[in-house]
Design a protein around this ligand. Sequence first.
Ligand code: E4P
Length: 216
Amino acid sequence: MKLFIDTANVSEITEAASWGILDGVTTNPSLVAKEGRSYRNLVAEICQIVPGPVSAEVIATDADGMEREGRELATIAENVVIKLPITRDGIKVCARFAEEGIPTNLTLCFSPAQALLVAKAGATYVSPFVGRLDDIGQDGMQLIREIVQIYDAYEFPTQVLVASVRHPQHVVESTLAGADVATVPFKILEQLFHHPLTDIGLQRFLADYRAAKDVH
Ligand code: E4P
């Protein structure tokens, strides 16, 4: 399973890229707004740091506006993926872009029915939001399992990109469900490294080694 980072913060992206485990980046308008920078420049800088797919979302909500913005974003770098909302207009633009080979990420997916339309429209990625479903008392990971089952049964090439990840267990469950990608906030990527027994074990190894060295 691929690991993307879910942020528009250049320092976080640079740090995560240095770990050698990062496959791509997802941004959204809320994340971009937090950075207070020109959208185009920010996306261009991120695309230079990470060679993998970088999702950049359109702001327009009508098909013509989304198409115009999407085409403009696609000129920033070869690894830009156009992020479109799952609306009638978003699906329409996705189908147009698919015919031209422009990669897309269809976002704000909350149901298997939406994921079916996304695959039919030829999207590169579908982004189901697990955390936001959990937040309203539904089972976000169940949605992932259902989408993976549908896509496998019909051999849809659209990749399942687990979004709205809230904790390390979401990442683990994504792998078990057979998702293609999880996009993970920086803080949670950091948490993936940690286990208390690793820290205790390392301390013990070093203490034993130092003690033995003192003896020799
Ligand atoms: C996905 O691409 C979105 O940027 C993101 O995962 C949304 O997560 P949130 O529910 O934590 O805002």
